[in-house]
Write a protein that binds this ligand. Structure first.
Ligand SMILES: O=C(O)C1=C[C@@H](OP(=O)(O)O)[C@@H](O)[C@H](O)C1
Ligand SMILES: C=C(OP(=O)(O)O)C(=O)O
Length: 419
Protein backbone atom coordinates (compact mmCIF):
# COMPACT_ATOMS: atom_id res chain seq x y z
CA UNK A 1 0.00 0.00 0.00
CA UNK A 2 1.47 3.34 -0.98
CA UNK A 3 0.23 5.55 1.83
CA UNK A 4 2.16 8.55 0.50
CA UNK A 5 -0.15 8.88 -2.50
CA UNK A 6 -3.39 8.77 -0.53
CA UNK A 7 -5.42 11.95 -0.09
CA UNK A 8 -6.26 11.02 3.46
CA UNK A 9 -5.70 8.28 6.01
CA UNK A 10 -7.89 7.46 8.96
CA UNK A 11 -5.92 6.17 11.92
CA UNK A 12 -7.86 3.47 13.76
CA UNK A 13 -7.69 3.64 17.54
CA UNK A 14 -5.13 1.37 19.13
CA UNK A 15 -5.36 1.91 22.86
CA UNK A 16 -3.67 -1.46 23.51
CA UNK A 17 0.10 -1.48 24.03
CA UNK A 18 2.06 -0.91 20.84
CA UNK A 19 4.97 -3.30 20.90
CA UNK A 20 7.54 -3.97 18.23
CA UNK A 21 10.77 -2.94 16.63
CA UNK A 22 11.38 -0.02 14.26
CA UNK A 23 14.52 0.97 12.42
CA UNK A 24 14.55 4.75 12.60
CA UNK A 25 15.47 6.81 9.54
CA UNK A 26 18.81 8.61 9.65
CA UNK A 27 18.98 12.16 10.95
CA UNK A 28 17.90 14.74 8.40
CA UNK A 29 20.03 17.44 9.99
CA UNK A 30 23.16 15.32 10.04
CA UNK A 31 22.63 13.78 6.58
CA UNK A 32 22.28 17.18 4.90
CA UNK A 33 25.35 18.55 6.68
CA UNK A 34 27.41 15.48 5.82
CA UNK A 35 26.29 15.57 2.16
CA UNK A 36 27.37 19.20 1.84
CA UNK A 37 30.71 18.77 3.61
CA UNK A 38 31.49 15.60 1.63
CA UNK A 39 30.67 17.61 -1.50
CA UNK A 40 33.07 20.36 -0.46
CA UNK A 41 35.83 17.84 0.33
CA UNK A 42 38.23 16.43 -2.17
CA UNK A 43 37.94 12.64 -2.51
CA UNK A 44 35.47 9.83 -1.92
CA UNK A 45 33.17 9.89 1.09
CA UNK A 46 30.70 7.24 2.13
CA UNK A 47 27.75 8.18 4.32
CA UNK A 48 25.92 5.33 5.98
CA UNK A 49 22.84 5.29 8.20
CA UNK A 50 21.79 8.29 6.12
CA UNK A 51 18.26 9.56 5.55
CA UNK A 52 16.68 9.05 2.15
CA UNK A 53 13.75 11.46 1.98
CA UNK A 54 12.62 14.53 0.06
CA UNK A 55 14.94 16.84 2.02
CA UNK A 56 18.09 14.80 1.43
CA UNK A 57 17.18 14.05 -2.19
CA UNK A 58 16.92 17.77 -2.88
CA UNK A 59 20.32 18.36 -1.26
CA UNK A 60 21.90 15.50 -3.25
CA UNK A 61 20.39 16.71 -6.53
CA UNK A 62 21.59 20.27 -5.93
CA UNK A 63 25.11 19.06 -5.21
CA UNK A 64 25.05 17.11 -8.49
CA UNK A 65 24.08 20.33 -10.25
CA UNK A 66 27.12 21.92 -8.61
CA UNK A 67 29.48 19.31 -10.02
CA UNK A 68 29.63 16.79 -7.18
CA UNK A 69 29.25 13.11 -7.99
CA UNK A 70 26.61 11.99 -5.45
CA UNK A 71 25.06 8.56 -5.70
CA UNK A 72 22.60 6.92 -3.39
CA UNK A 73 24.09 3.44 -3.22
CA UNK A 74 21.46 1.85 -0.96
CA UNK A 75 18.40 2.88 1.05
CA UNK A 76 20.69 4.33 3.72
CA UNK A 77 23.96 5.08 1.95
CA UNK A 78 25.32 7.86 -0.20
CA UNK A 79 28.65 7.81 -1.98
CA UNK A 80 29.97 11.34 -2.58
CA UNK A 81 32.96 12.12 -4.76
CA UNK A 82 33.99 15.73 -4.28
CA UNK A 83 36.72 17.62 -6.06
CA UNK A 84 37.27 20.23 -3.38
CA UNK A 85 35.04 22.86 -4.93
CA UNK A 86 31.55 23.49 -6.22
CA UNK A 87 30.99 24.68 -9.76
CA UNK A 88 28.33 27.03 -10.98
CA UNK A 89 24.97 25.76 -12.28
CA UNK A 90 23.04 27.49 -15.06
CA UNK A 91 19.78 26.26 -13.59
CA UNK A 92 18.36 27.37 -10.21
CA UNK A 93 18.83 24.91 -7.36
CA UNK A 94 15.36 23.68 -6.44
CA UNK A 95 15.23 22.58 -2.83
CA UNK A 96 11.54 21.91 -2.21
CA UNK A 97 10.76 22.84 1.38
CA UNK A 98 14.10 21.72 2.80
CA UNK A 99 15.19 24.53 5.15
CA UNK A 100 18.59 22.94 5.79
CA UNK A 101 19.43 22.53 2.09
CA UNK A 102 18.16 26.01 1.21
CA UNK A 103 20.00 27.87 3.95
CA UNK A 104 23.21 25.79 3.79
CA UNK A 105 23.52 26.12 0.01
CA UNK A 106 22.84 29.87 0.10
CA UNK A 107 26.02 30.35 2.16
CA UNK A 108 27.92 27.67 0.21
CA UNK A 109 27.12 29.67 -2.96
CA UNK A 110 29.84 32.10 -1.78
CA UNK A 111 32.35 29.38 -2.66
CA UNK A 112 31.06 29.16 -6.25
CA UNK A 113 32.54 31.32 -8.97
CA UNK A 114 29.50 32.75 -10.76
CA UNK A 115 25.83 33.20 -10.14
CA UNK A 116 23.78 30.74 -8.06
CA UNK A 117 20.02 30.86 -7.67
CA UNK A 118 18.61 29.02 -4.65
CA UNK A 119 14.90 28.36 -4.80
CA UNK A 120 12.26 26.16 -3.24
CA UNK A 121 8.59 25.34 -3.42
CA UNK A 122 5.74 27.71 -2.55
CA UNK A 123 6.19 27.00 1.17
CA UNK A 124 9.93 27.61 1.13
CA UNK A 125 9.25 30.85 -0.72
CA UNK A 126 7.43 32.04 2.40
CA UNK A 127 10.12 31.03 4.88
CA UNK A 128 12.48 33.84 5.90
CA UNK A 129 16.08 33.91 4.77
CA UNK A 130 16.86 37.62 5.23
CA UNK A 131 18.86 36.96 8.42
CA UNK A 132 21.27 35.09 6.19
CA UNK A 133 21.13 37.27 3.07
CA UNK A 134 21.64 40.43 5.19
CA UNK A 135 24.70 38.82 6.75
CA UNK A 136 26.08 38.03 3.31
CA UNK A 137 25.38 41.58 2.15
CA UNK A 138 27.16 42.96 5.23
CA UNK A 139 30.34 41.13 4.23
CA UNK A 140 30.18 42.48 0.70
CA UNK A 141 28.50 39.67 -1.20
CA UNK A 142 26.18 40.57 -4.03
CA UNK A 143 22.94 38.82 -3.06
CA UNK A 144 19.26 39.36 -3.68
CA UNK A 145 16.25 37.72 -2.07
CA UNK A 146 12.54 38.02 -2.70
CA UNK A 147 10.87 39.95 0.12
CA UNK A 148 13.28 38.31 2.53
CA UNK A 149 12.56 34.80 1.24
CA UNK A 150 13.79 32.55 -1.59
CA UNK A 151 14.46 32.68 -4.47
CA UNK A 152 17.88 34.01 -3.59
CA UNK A 153 20.57 34.95 -6.09
CA UNK A 154 24.20 34.98 -4.96
CA UNK A 155 26.96 36.28 -7.21
CA UNK A 156 30.47 35.47 -6.06
CA UNK A 157 34.02 35.09 -7.30
CA UNK A 158 34.24 31.82 -5.36
CA UNK A 159 35.94 33.29 -2.30
CA UNK A 160 34.55 33.85 1.15
CA UNK A 161 35.00 37.66 1.29
CA UNK A 162 35.57 38.32 5.00
CA UNK A 163 37.45 37.24 8.08
CA UNK A 164 34.75 38.40 10.50
CA UNK A 165 31.05 37.66 10.19
CA UNK A 166 28.25 38.73 12.51
CA UNK A 167 25.09 36.63 12.06
CA UNK A 168 21.56 37.24 13.24
CA UNK A 169 20.27 33.74 13.99
CA UNK A 170 17.14 34.89 15.81
CA UNK A 171 14.73 33.43 13.23
CA UNK A 172 16.76 30.36 12.33
CA UNK A 173 19.90 28.72 13.65
CA UNK A 174 20.38 27.34 10.14
CA UNK A 175 21.79 30.74 9.07
CA UNK A 176 24.61 30.34 11.58
CA UNK A 177 25.26 26.71 10.64
CA UNK A 178 25.34 27.72 6.98
CA UNK A 179 27.99 30.40 7.55
CA UNK A 180 30.10 28.19 9.82
CA UNK A 181 30.21 25.37 7.26
CA UNK A 182 31.14 27.67 4.38
CA UNK A 183 33.73 29.54 6.48
CA UNK A 184 36.10 26.55 6.71
CA UNK A 185 36.63 26.81 2.94
CA UNK A 186 38.00 30.35 3.13
CA UNK A 187 41.67 30.95 2.37
CA UNK A 188 42.01 32.72 5.75
CA UNK A 189 40.55 31.85 9.18
CA UNK A 190 37.11 33.37 9.83
CA UNK A 191 35.60 34.59 13.08
CA UNK A 192 31.85 33.91 13.19
CA UNK A 193 29.81 35.60 15.89
CA UNK A 194 26.09 35.52 16.62
CA UNK A 195 24.22 38.62 17.74
CA UNK A 196 22.47 36.78 20.58
CA UNK A 197 24.57 34.03 22.15
CA UNK A 198 21.47 32.81 24.06
CA UNK A 199 20.03 31.60 20.81
CA UNK A 200 17.21 29.15 20.23
CA UNK A 201 18.08 25.76 18.77
CA UNK A 202 21.70 26.01 19.96
CA UNK A 203 21.94 22.21 19.75
CA UNK A 204 21.88 22.41 15.95
CA UNK A 205 25.04 24.54 16.03
CA UNK A 206 26.70 21.83 18.09
CA UNK A 207 25.70 19.27 15.47
CA UNK A 208 27.18 21.53 12.78
CA UNK A 209 30.46 21.81 14.69
CA UNK A 210 30.57 18.04 15.24
CA UNK A 211 30.02 17.21 11.57
CA UNK A 212 32.52 19.91 10.50
CA UNK A 213 35.15 18.43 12.83
CA UNK A 214 34.39 14.91 11.59
CA UNK A 215 35.19 16.14 8.07
CA UNK A 216 38.50 17.65 9.21
CA UNK A 217 37.59 21.23 10.13
CA UNK A 218 39.10 23.03 13.12
CA UNK A 219 36.65 25.24 14.95
CA UNK A 220 37.06 26.74 18.38
CA UNK A 221 34.40 28.49 20.43
CA UNK A 222 36.40 31.46 21.71
CA UNK A 223 33.50 33.02 23.68
CA UNK A 224 29.77 32.30 24.01
CA UNK A 225 28.37 32.52 20.48
CA UNK A 226 31.75 33.24 18.86
CA UNK A 227 33.80 30.76 16.84
CA UNK A 228 37.16 30.83 15.14
CA UNK A 229 36.98 28.67 12.02
CA UNK A 230 40.35 27.65 10.57
CA UNK A 231 40.87 27.58 6.83
CA UNK A 232 41.25 23.81 6.59
CA UNK A 233 38.61 22.99 4.01
CA UNK A 234 37.20 19.47 4.38
CA UNK A 235 38.54 15.94 3.98
CA UNK A 236 36.55 13.04 2.55
CA UNK A 237 35.31 10.60 5.19
CA UNK A 238 33.52 7.37 5.87
CA UNK A 239 30.80 8.71 8.10
CA UNK A 240 28.01 7.13 10.12
CA UNK A 241 24.83 9.22 10.50
CA UNK A 242 22.93 8.74 13.76
CA UNK A 243 19.18 7.93 13.77
CA UNK A 244 16.76 10.85 13.62
CA UNK A 245 15.73 12.05 17.08
CA UNK A 246 12.75 14.06 15.78
CA UNK A 247 11.39 10.93 14.05
CA UNK A 248 11.92 9.02 17.29
CA UNK A 249 9.65 11.43 19.19
CA UNK A 250 6.51 10.04 17.48
CA UNK A 251 7.40 6.52 18.55
CA UNK A 252 8.38 7.53 22.08
CA UNK A 253 4.99 9.26 22.35
CA UNK A 254 3.13 6.26 20.88
CA UNK A 255 4.83 4.13 23.50
CA UNK A 256 3.76 6.41 26.33
CA UNK A 257 0.17 6.79 25.06
CA UNK A 258 -0.40 3.06 24.64
CA UNK A 259 1.88 1.94 27.51
CA UNK A 260 3.74 -0.15 24.96
CA UNK A 261 7.36 -0.96 24.27
CA UNK A 262 8.82 0.00 20.89
CA UNK A 263 12.42 -1.02 20.35
CA UNK A 264 14.12 1.71 18.31
CA UNK A 265 17.56 0.15 18.77
CA UNK A 266 18.96 3.36 20.20
CA UNK A 267 19.41 4.81 23.66
CA UNK A 268 17.88 8.32 23.62
CA UNK A 269 20.71 9.56 25.84
CA UNK A 270 23.28 8.78 23.17
CA UNK A 271 21.57 10.91 20.49
CA UNK A 272 23.25 14.27 19.97
CA UNK A 273 20.28 16.01 18.31
CA UNK A 274 18.26 18.61 20.26
CA UNK A 275 14.96 16.72 20.05
CA UNK A 276 16.40 13.84 22.09
CA UNK A 277 15.65 16.08 25.09
CA UNK A 278 11.94 15.48 24.51
CA UNK A 279 12.35 11.88 25.70
CA UNK A 280 12.77 12.93 29.33
CA UNK A 281 9.70 15.19 29.12
CA UNK A 282 7.62 12.37 27.70
CA UNK A 283 8.71 10.00 30.44
CA UNK A 284 6.67 12.21 32.81
CA UNK A 285 3.45 11.61 30.83
CA UNK A 286 0.59 11.63 31.94
CA UNK A 287 1.99 14.11 34.45
CA UNK A 288 4.05 16.34 32.17
CA UNK A 289 4.92 19.67 33.82
CA UNK A 290 2.79 22.82 33.56
CA UNK A 291 5.49 24.58 31.56
CA UNK A 292 7.89 23.20 28.99
CA UNK A 293 10.47 25.55 27.48
CA UNK A 294 10.53 24.49 23.83
CA UNK A 295 13.36 26.71 22.59
CA UNK A 296 15.92 23.92 22.51
CA UNK A 297 13.69 21.12 21.15
CA UNK A 298 11.56 22.94 18.62
CA UNK A 299 10.79 20.14 16.18
CA UNK A 300 9.52 17.96 19.03
CA UNK A 301 6.82 20.46 20.04
CA UNK A 302 4.10 19.11 17.70
CA UNK A 303 4.63 15.64 19.19
CA UNK A 304 4.66 16.96 22.76
CA UNK A 305 1.60 19.13 22.13
CA UNK A 306 -0.49 16.23 20.86
CA UNK A 307 0.71 14.09 23.75
CA UNK A 308 -0.23 16.93 26.12
CA UNK A 309 -3.85 16.69 24.97
CA UNK A 310 -3.98 13.41 26.92
CA UNK A 311 -1.95 14.64 29.93
CA UNK A 312 -3.63 14.90 33.34
CA UNK A 313 -3.00 18.65 33.57
CA UNK A 314 -2.50 21.54 31.11
CA UNK A 315 0.91 22.15 29.56
CA UNK A 316 2.20 25.48 28.22
CA UNK A 317 5.01 25.34 25.71
CA UNK A 318 7.03 28.55 25.95
CA UNK A 319 9.71 30.33 23.86
CA UNK A 320 8.57 28.73 20.63
CA UNK A 321 8.00 31.82 18.45
CA UNK A 322 10.24 30.29 15.76
CA UNK A 323 7.65 27.57 15.23
CA UNK A 324 5.72 30.21 13.32
CA UNK A 325 8.31 30.17 10.51
CA UNK A 326 8.81 26.45 10.00
CA UNK A 327 7.07 24.43 7.27
CA UNK A 328 3.91 26.20 8.41
CA UNK A 329 2.98 28.37 11.38
CA UNK A 330 3.11 25.42 13.73
CA UNK A 331 1.74 27.23 16.79
CA UNK A 332 -1.35 28.22 14.85
CA UNK A 333 -1.67 24.86 13.11
CA UNK A 334 -1.43 22.94 16.39
CA UNK A 335 -3.96 25.20 18.14
CA UNK A 336 -6.37 25.08 15.19
CA UNK A 337 -6.29 21.33 14.72
CA UNK A 338 -6.40 20.52 18.46
CA UNK A 339 -9.43 22.80 18.76
CA UNK A 340 -11.08 20.96 15.88
CA UNK A 341 -10.84 17.77 17.92
CA UNK A 342 -12.32 19.50 20.95
CA UNK A 343 -13.14 23.21 21.11
CA UNK A 344 -11.02 24.91 23.76
CA UNK A 345 -8.37 22.18 23.80
CA UNK A 346 -5.58 24.64 22.96
CA UNK A 347 -4.85 28.35 23.03
CA UNK A 348 -2.02 30.29 21.43
CA UNK A 349 0.01 33.36 22.27
CA UNK A 350 2.64 34.86 20.02
CA UNK A 351 5.44 32.68 21.38
CA UNK A 352 3.64 30.00 23.36
CA UNK A 353 0.97 27.34 23.10
CA UNK A 354 -1.15 25.99 25.93
CA UNK A 355 -2.73 22.58 25.63
CA UNK A 356 -5.60 22.28 28.08
CA UNK A 357 -5.24 18.60 28.78
CA UNK A 358 -8.30 16.40 28.42
CA UNK A 359 -7.51 12.77 29.26
CA UNK A 360 -11.22 11.93 28.88
CA UNK A 361 -10.70 12.20 25.09
CA UNK A 362 -9.44 8.62 25.12
CA UNK A 363 -11.97 6.27 23.57
CA UNK A 364 -14.28 9.02 22.31
CA UNK A 365 -15.64 9.09 18.78
CA UNK A 366 -14.80 12.54 17.38
CA UNK A 367 -14.72 12.49 13.57
CA UNK A 368 -12.12 15.13 12.67
CA UNK A 369 -10.25 15.85 9.47
CA UNK A 370 -6.77 17.12 10.33
CA UNK A 371 -5.46 19.66 7.86
CA UNK A 372 -1.69 19.17 7.74
CA UNK A 373 -0.50 22.39 6.02
CA UNK A 374 2.06 20.42 3.94
CA UNK A 375 3.89 19.91 7.23
CA UNK A 376 5.23 16.44 7.96
CA UNK A 377 5.34 17.09 11.70
CA UNK A 378 1.66 18.08 11.89
CA UNK A 379 0.73 14.87 10.04
CA UNK A 380 2.95 12.61 12.13
CA UNK A 381 1.98 14.10 15.48
CA UNK A 382 -1.79 14.12 14.90
CA UNK A 383 -1.64 10.46 13.88
CA UNK A 384 -0.86 9.90 17.57
CA UNK A 385 -4.21 11.40 18.51
CA UNK A 386 -5.79 8.83 16.18
CA UNK A 387 -4.39 6.03 18.35
CA UNK A 388 -6.54 7.26 21.24
CA UNK A 389 -9.59 8.85 19.59
CA UNK A 390 -11.92 7.29 17.03
CA UNK A 391 -12.38 9.28 13.82
CA UNK A 392 -9.05 11.08 13.29
CA UNK A 393 -8.31 11.46 9.57
CA UNK A 394 -5.00 12.88 8.39
CA UNK A 395 -5.22 14.84 5.13
CA UNK A 396 -2.28 14.79 2.69
CA UNK A 397 -0.44 12.01 4.53
CA UNK A 398 2.24 12.06 1.79
CA UNK A 399 3.80 15.16 3.35
CA UNK A 400 5.69 12.89 5.76
CA UNK A 401 8.04 12.13 2.84
CA UNK A 402 9.96 15.29 3.75
CA UNK A 403 11.82 13.46 6.52
CA UNK A 404 10.18 10.09 7.26
CA UNK A 405 8.74 8.43 4.13
CA UNK A 406 8.24 5.08 5.92
CA UNK A 407 6.23 6.56 8.80
CA UNK A 408 2.86 5.08 7.87
CA UNK A 409 4.39 1.71 7.03
CA UNK A 410 6.21 1.70 10.35
CA UNK A 411 2.95 2.39 12.22
CA UNK A 412 1.21 -0.47 10.43
CA UNK A 413 4.21 -2.67 11.22
CA UNK A 414 3.42 -2.06 14.89
CA UNK A 415 -0.16 -3.17 14.35
CA UNK A 416 -1.83 0.20 13.76
CA UNK A 417 -4.65 0.04 11.24
CA UNK A 418 -4.92 2.79 8.64
CA UNK A 419 -7.94 3.05 6.35
O1 LIG B 1 19.95 22.94 11.52
C1 LIG B 1 19.08 22.08 11.43
O2 LIG B 1 19.31 20.94 10.98
C2 LIG B 1 17.71 22.41 11.87
C3 LIG B 1 17.48 23.52 12.66
C4 LIG B 1 16.14 23.87 13.16
O3 LIG B 1 15.64 24.95 12.40
P1 LIG B 1 15.91 26.51 12.71
O4 LIG B 1 17.34 26.68 12.86
O5 LIG B 1 15.37 27.18 11.49
O6 LIG B 1 15.20 26.84 13.95
C5 LIG B 1 15.15 22.73 13.00
O7 LIG B 1 13.84 23.20 13.20
C6 LIG B 1 15.26 22.09 11.64
O8 LIG B 1 14.36 21.03 11.47
C7 LIG B 1 16.63 21.51 11.45
C1 LIG C 1 11.76 22.76 10.55
C2 LIG C 1 12.01 21.63 9.90
O1 LIG C 1 12.67 21.51 8.74
P1 LIG C 1 13.62 22.44 7.87
O2 LIG C 1 14.91 21.68 7.79
O3 LIG C 1 12.93 22.52 6.55
O4 LIG C 1 13.77 23.75 8.55
C3 LIG C 1 11.56 20.32 10.45
O5 LIG C 1 11.99 19.28 9.93
O6 LIG C 1 10.77 20.30 11.40
Amino acid sequence: MNYLQRQSLQVCPHPAALDGKITLPGSKSITNRALLLAGLASGDSLLSGALSSDDTKYMAAALRQLGVDVEQTSATEFSVKGNGRLTSSDEPLFLGNAGTATRFLTAAALLIDGETVVDGDEHMRERPISGLTNTLRDIGVSVSDTNGCPPVKVTSNGHFPAQKVLVDGSLSSQYISAILMAAACNDQPVEVEVIDPNMDARGYIDITLAVMRAFGAQVEETAAGKWQVSNTGYQAQTYQVEPDASAATYLWAAERLTKGRIDLGVNPETLTQPDAKAYAVMQQFPDMPAEVNGSQMQDAIPTLAVLAAFNNTPVTFTQIANLRVKECDRIHALATELNKIKPGLASEEHSSLTVHASPDLVGQNLPTEIHTYADHRIAMSFALAGLMIDGITILDPGCVAKTYPAYWQDLTGLGVELV
